[in-house]
Design a protein. Structure first.
Lengths: 195, 254, 195
C-alpha cells in the first residue's frame, strides 16, 4: 500500500503527463486503485500544498478535469518566451454568437440570426472549426436544422469548470414588473372564467 | 453635414448600430426618440455607401423597418381613438415595441459576450503543456478490434490541438517581431502623432509603414480608436483624403 | 527585483511550459534578466529541492538543456492510465495521428512525422494494433516506405458510411478580420489613386 506522500507524487505525475487534456477524479481513482472520496481528499490536499508554497504551477479544475497550469501573475515572463495560447482571441462576431449558443443551447442557426439580426454562418463555422461549438442534434421534422451546443474546449477556453459556472445572463431590467403584471392578468382572467 | 463619421466594421449588424446610437444619444431604450435615431441611422448607411462598403442587406431591412415605424407613429391619433372608443380596455400598442424587445434581447447577449471576453483574457494568462506521448506505455499485445472511447470529434479535436501546438511553438528569436507591434502600442503612437500635429493628420500619413502586417495593425488601431471615441475621421467629399482628428468637443462646433 | 523564491517559481513555470524541448540557461537568463551564474545557482537549488521532496516530476539536464519529466518508477501507473477502460483509450498522440491518416491517406510515417513535428512510430503501432489503421501499399522506388490508410473498423467505430462523410478539418486560423482589412485597403487605395 502506498503512503499518502507517494500517492500525491503519482497524482502530480499524472497531472503533468495529462497536460492540457487534464485528468478526472475517476481516472485517478482507477490508476491508484483507491476510492473517489480519497482522491478528492488527496487532490484538495495537493492543491493546498501548491498554493501555500511559492510554486511555478497551480492545479486548476477546468471543464470537469484537473489540469496543471502556470500562474496568472507569471504570464509576463512566459510571454517573452512563447506565443500566447490565446493570442488569436475571438472576434466580436464569434463572441456574440458563442454567448448566444452558450446560454440558449441547443439552438439553430436561424434562432441565432434572429437574436443577432445578422447572418451568422461565418462565425458559427469559425466556432465549429475551433471546436468551441459543435452539432449536438437536429430539429425534428422537415428541414432537420442543425442544433448547436458548446464543447468542453469552450469551457477550457474561458476557464470554466462547467456550464453551471457561466456568469448569469444580464437581466432584462423592467422584465420582472411586466411579468408580475402578466401574472396578475392571468389570475384575473382565470377568476373571471371560474365565476 | 459634411463630417462623415467613418465607423466601418465597428458594428456587428443593425441592432448593434442602433444600440450604439441609442447609447450615444443617452436616451431611454424604452422610449426611443424614433425620428432622431432613424435620421442618424440613415446617415450612417449613407456614409457606408459613400465609402463604397457593401451595406449588408440586414442594414437595409432595418432601415425600412425604422421608416415604417416612424410613419406609423405619425398617424393622427384622434382618428384611431374614434374607432377605439368602444374598446377602452384595448391598450394602444406602441409600434416601437417589437423593435424595443429585440434590442433588449440583443443587448443581453452583447453583455454576455463582454463577460466572456474578460474570461477569455484571464484564461489567456495561464499556460499548460502538451500532454505527454503516452504511447510508450501502451501494451502492444492486443490484435483484436476493441472498444474505443473516442468519437470523431475527439479526433478532430486532437488535430486542432496539433494546430494550436504548432502555432505556439517556442519562438526562435526572430518570431518575436509580431509581438513587437501590438495594436495597443500603435494606438498610443497614433494619439502621440496627433498630439504633435495639433490634433489633426492625414489618414494616409498614418500608413507610412511598409509591411502588410503593420499596415493592418495600423488600420485596426484606427478602428479601435474610433470605436473608443478617441479620434474621428472626416472626409470632405467623395474620394478626397480622409483626415484623422482627435475627438474633441470643438470637432462638432465647427 | 524578484527574490530568490519567486525566481525559482518562474524557472519552474518555464521548465513546465517548455515541455519536451526543454530550455537552456541562456533563455532563462534572458527571461529573468539575470546573469548565467545566477541561473546555474538557482537551477541547482531547484533540482536539489525536487530531489529532497517526494515529487511526481524531476528536473533532468541534457547537453545544457533542462527539462521537467516524470519519474521512471511511476511508469506502471502511466501504463494503468492508458490501459484503464475508463480513460480515453486513444492518447492525444494516437488521435492526432489518426486524424492525419484519415484525411491524408495514403500517407507514409515520414509525412505524418513532418506534420506532427515529432516521432510517430509508437502511435502508428498503437493504431495498427487497434485495427484502426493498416498498411495499404508501398511507395514506389527505393526504400518502398509503407503507406498507411484507415480500416473498415475505423469507419464502423466512428459511425461513418464512407470516408466522404468525414467532417471538414478545422482551418488554421480565422483570417476574416485580416481579409476584411485587406479588402478595405484595396478599395481605399483604388480611390486614392483615382484622384
Amino acid at each position: 500500500m502506498l503512503n499518502e506522500m507517494e500517492m500525491k507524487a503519482i497524482i502530480e505525475g499524472l497531472l503533468f503527463i495529462s497536460g492540457e487534456e487534464g485528468i478526472d477524479e475517476k481516472q485517478i481513482a482507477d490508476v491508484l486503485e483507491i476510492d473517489i472520496v480519497m482522491v478528492k481528499e488527496l487532490l484538495s490536499n495537493l492543491i493546498e500544498q501548491y498554493r501555500s508554497e511559492t510554486r511555478g504551477m497551480q492545479i486548476v479544475e477546468l471543464a470537469g478535469v484537473y489540469q496543471l497550469t502556470t500562474k496568472q501573475e507569471h504570464a509576463p515572463y512566459f510571454k517573452r518566451l512563447i506565443n500566447s495560447p490565446n493570442s488569436a482571441t475571438l472576434s466580436q462576431a464569434a463572441l456574440e454568437t458563442l454567448a448566444i449558443v452558450a446560454y440558449k443551447q441547443p439552438i439553430t442557426r436561424a434562432e441565432i440570426e434572429e437574436i443577432r439580426g445578422v447572418k451568422s454562418e461565418r462565425p458559427i463555422q469559425s466556432l465549429v472549426s475551433k471546436v468551441l461549438v459543435k452539432e449536438v442534434g437536429r430539429v425534428e421534422g422537415t428541414g432537420r436544422a442543425i442544433l448547436y451546443g458548446t464543447t468542453n474546449d469552450f469551457l477550457d477556453h474561458f476557464g470554466l469548470k462547467s456550464l453551471r459556472e457561466l456568469p448569469p445572463l444580464p437581466e432584462k431590467e423592467d422584465d420582472t414588473a411586466l411579468e408580475e403584471a402578466d401574472l396578475f392578468f392571468q389570475r384575473l382572467q382565470e377568476n373571471l372564467v371560474e365565476n | 453635414m459634411d463630417i462623415y463619421n467613418v465607423k466601418l466594421d465597428a458594428f456587428e449588424g443593425p441592432l448593434d448600430l442602433l444600440l450604439h446610437l441609442i447609447t450615444k444619444a443617452e436616451v431611454d431604450i424604452y422610449d426611443i426618440p424614433l425620428a432622431k435615431i432613424t435620421d442618424q441611422y440613415m446617415n450612417y448607411i449613407h456614409t457606408m455607401q459613400i465609402l463604397e462598403l457593401d451595406v449588408a442587406s440586414e442594414y437595409l431591412v432595418m432601415a425600412a423597418t425604422l421608416l415604417a415605424i416612424k410613419s406609423k407613429m405619425l398617424l393622427p391619433k384622434q382618428e384611431e381613438e374614434l374607432f377605439n372608443d368602444e374598446h377602452d380596455f384595448v391598450e394602444e400598442e406602441d409600434p416601437r415595441e417589437e423593435l424595443m424587445n429585440r434590442l433588449i434581447e440583443y443587448r443581453r447577449y452583447k453583455g454576455a459576450a463582454e463577460t466572456l471576453k474578460e474570461k477569455e483574457k484571464e484564461r489567456g494568462l495561464i499556460y499548460s503543456r502538451t500532454p505527454s506521448d503516452l504511447s510508450p506505455y501502451v501494451e502492444e499485445v492486443k490484435q483484436e478490434p476493441q472498444k474505443i472511447n473516442a468519437s470523431i470529434y475527439d479526433m478532430i479535436d486532437a488535430f486542432n490541438q496539433l494546430l494550436k501546438r504548432k502555432q505556439q511553438k517556442i519562438p526562435r528569436k526572430t518570431k518575436i517581431n509580431r509581438e513587437d507591434f501590438p495594436i495597443e502600442k500603435r494606438m498610443e503612437e497614433i494619439i502621440e502623432q496627433l498630439n504633435q500635429m495639433n490634433g489633426k493628420t492625414s489618414f494616409y500619413q498614418l500608413f507610412h509603414y511598409q509591411e502588410r502586417g503593420q499596415l493592418i495593425v495600423t488600420f485596426l488601431a484606427v478602428l479601435e480608436l474610433m470605436k473608443a471615441q478617441k479620434i474621428i475621421c472626416k472626409q470632405n467629399n467623395n474620394f478626397s483624403d480622409i483626415s484623422v482628428c482627435r475627438w474633441e468637443e470643438e470637432t462638432f462646433v465647427k
